[in-house]
Each structure stands twice: as structure tokens, then as C-alpha cells.
Design a binder for this molecule. Structure first.
Ligand SMILES: Nc1nc2c(ncn2[C@@H]2O[C@H](COP(=O)(O)OP(=O)(O)OP(=O)(O)O)[C@@H](O)[C@H]2O)c(=O)[nH]1
Ligand SMILES: [Mg+2]
Length: 323
């Protein structure tokens, strides 16, 4: 009974999402995050209807003004009649039952109809939220033109974002351009567009100049010369220019084939995220720990154990399917 109930709920949620219903979208994402029975079916139903939305990742060190910038970008996009939404991956604050981070993302009047959702970044050592792919498919199938994703720039999450977003906007602030070598090894490598926010503060121009002279974008050589833009998000300065650049990058992706290349990477990544999920289901952490114990006692080796665990997983799935 529970199974058929969740099946019909999944069907009606999917219907709601496809009709653009924001309540249905919010519920769907909660389902996906909590790994409810039926969430798999929901993703299966929505996936074929997705793929149209442009995904823009906004990342950068803590406190540079990413959320303020995002909020201004959402308002700008709305003014231009675009359907937009945002997913905030927030490793610094505890999961709040899906409530948006009201204090951080100051929602102006223009944003009343914009779908914004925070996701806890749990699992996978500092990487992006496991539920992020599913949440993206929900917003995508809802018919949004652009989906923004905010992450705090920190190691693994950056690498993951580069294989999630179509366009990566890295946000910095005055002074942060000084140690260009340190930045180069990390966050600058994934950027398509660099924004020096808080350019109302001293040294804004100097930081822009330093970055302009040293930084080459991730797609340099493929026809996209990265651009460095000053902005002051809290004063709504530089936001229009940034939105224009995002649109330019979108058309570059389309024309150059780079967009297709990125989508192929994303498909790989999305598949891997579900493979990891399936392995986790078939081999719960407790069982993995038992196997690790055996390895420590040298009763087995990791190569054979991994192979055995994976084929065990397959048999289980095969049995489940037959039932
Ligand atoms: N002077 C100045 N302050 C700004 C500007 N943009 C944002 N701020 C302020 O910077 C602080 C941090 O802004 P957020 O938008 O929360 O920054 P964030 O990067 O999203 O922060 P985390 O998500 O915690 O990493 C807030 O107090 C903002 O008001 C700006 O352009 N100029
Ligand atoms: Mg923020």
C-alpha cells in the first residue's frame, strides 16, 4: 500500500512540477533530500523533460557577497522577464528544514515569484549536496530559464561545481586578488567570469587590474576570454553588466560546442552520483565497516572485496527487479 501510495504521489508531484507549480517543486526537493520511497520514480519522470535550463554556479570565499549578488541577479533576470530560481548549498549553517536562508538572501519585492531553496551539503567530504542533481532536475523540468546555484568556495565543492554548472561565476572582493598564485591553484581555475564584489571598498580597482592581467578563464583557448567585472551587489552596481556577460557566455557555450562538452561531463557526473547512491543502498556503511575490519586483519584484499561487493549489489538489484 505504501509503495502504491508513494507511486501515485510521485506521479501527481511530477505533474505539478511540469505545470510549474512551486509548491509541488518544493515538496519534490524535500522528498529527494530525504530519500523518500518514490523520489526515484519522481526523478525518472522529470529527467526526460529536463535539460533546457542554463545552470549558473556562483561561488567564492565566505562573506564576499555571493548571496547579495545572487539576489540582485535574480531580480535583474526577473525584470527581463526570465523565469529563474536558485539553489543554495550552504555548508556553514545547519539544515533548516528547507526554509530559505532569509537573513542571508535578502529577498526584495521583485523576488516574490522566484523559487529559492537551500540544500544541506551532507555527505561526500565537502563536496556538493547529494540531492543537488535531483533538485536541479525539478527546477529544470519546471521550465525555468536559468537556475543559479550558490556554493561556498572550498576545495572539493569547487571541483564539483565545475562539473555541475554550465557557467561558473567566481566572486571575490578587494584585496583577494593580491595572492594570485594561491587563488590560481584553486578557485580561479573553474571560473568563466570573475566578479570583484564590494568594489565600493578601497582597492577595488587595483584588484580588478591585478586579476585582469593574470587570470585566464577555464575556457580560454576554446574561444572564451574570461572577463573580470567590478560590482557592488549591495548597491545594485555592476549587476546588469554581469547578467549580460552570463548571457554572452551562454551563447558562447551554444555556438562553440563547449556547452555540449560540459553537458557530457555533467551526464557522467550525474550518473556517478546515482551509482554512488546505489552502492550506498546495496552496501550500507555498517557492512562496509565490517569489510574494512577484514581488510585490517588481512583476511581479504581491497580488490577482491570491491569486486565481490559490486557483484553482490547487482544480484540484489536483479532479484528486486524480478519481484
Ligand atoms: N560594502 C559592501 N558590502 C557588501 C556588498 N555586497 C554584500 N555586502 C555585505 O557583505 C556581507 C556578506 O554578504 P553575503 O551576501 O551574505 O555574502 P556571502 O558570500 O553569500 O556569504 P557566505 O554565504 O556566508 O559565504 C553582508 O553584510 C553584505 O551586506 C557590496 O557590494 N559592498
Ligand atoms: Mg551566502
Amino acid at each position: 500500500l505504501t509503495a502504491s501510495l508513494s507511486r501515485s504521489t510521485a506521479d501527481s508531484l511530477a505533474e505539478g512540477v511540469l505545470a510549474g507549480d512551486r509548491a509541488a517543486a518544493a515538496r519534490s526537493i524535500t522528498w529527494i533530500e530525504n530519500g523518500e520511497t518514490g523520489a526515484d520514480r519522481l526523478v525518472k519522470l522529470l529527467y526526460p523533460k529536463s535539460g533546457r535550463a542554463h545552470v549558473v554556479g556562483v561561488t567564492g570565499p565566505p562573506g564576499v557577497g555571493k548571496s547579495t549578488l545572487l539576489s540582485a541577479l535574480l531580480a535583474e533576470a526577473r525584470r527581463r522577464g526570465q523565469k529563474v530560481g536558485a539553489l543554495l548549498v550552504d555548508p556553514t549553517s545547519p539544515y533548516s528544514g528547507g526554509a530559505l536562508l532569509g537573513d542571508r538572501l535578502r529577498l526584495s519585492h521583485d523576488l516574490e515569484n522566484v523559487f529559492v531553496r537551500s540544500l544541506a551539503s551532507r555527505g561526500r567530504g565537502g563536496g556538493l549536496s547529494d540531492a543537488l542533481w535531483g533538485a536541479r532536475r525539478v527546477l529544470d523540468a519546471m521550465g525555468l530559464d536559468t537556475i543559479f546555484v550558490e556554493t561556498v568556495g572550498a576545495g572539493q565543492a569547487d571541483v564539483d561545481l565545475a562539473r555541475f554548472a554550465d557557467t561558473v561565476v567566481v566572486t571575490l572582493m578587494p584585496g583577494l586578488g593580491d595572492d594570485i598564485q594561491a587563488l590560481k591553484a584553486g578557485i580561479l581555475e573553474i571560473a568563466d567570469i570573475l566578479v570583484v564584489n564590494k568594489s565600493d571598498l578601497p582597492d577595488g580597482e587595483r584588484t580588478v587590474a591585478i586579476l585582469k592581467s593574470f587570470w585566464r578563464s577555464a575556457a580560454a583557448g576554446r574561444g572564451w576570454e574570461g572577463i573580470v567585472l567590478p560590482a557592488a551587489a549591495s548597491l545594485s552596481r555592476g549587476v546588469e553588466a554581469l547578467w549580460e556577460k552570463i548571457l554572452d557566455h551562454r551563447s558562447f557555450l551554444r555556438k562553440s560546442g563547449e556547452g555540449e562538452r560540459r553537458r557530457r561531463d555533467q551526464a557522467d557526473e550525474e550518473l556517478m552520483s546515482y551509482i554512488r547512491k546505489e552502492i550506498g543502498r546495496a552496501q550500507p556503511a555498517a557492512r562496509l565497516a565490517e569489510h574494512a575490519e577484514k581488510l585490517l586483519r588481512r583476511e581479504s584484499d581491497p580488490v577482491s572485496t570491491a569486486r565481490r561487493l559490486l557483484s553482490l549489489g547487482n544480484n540484489r538489484n536483479a532479484k528486486r527487479k524480478k519481484r
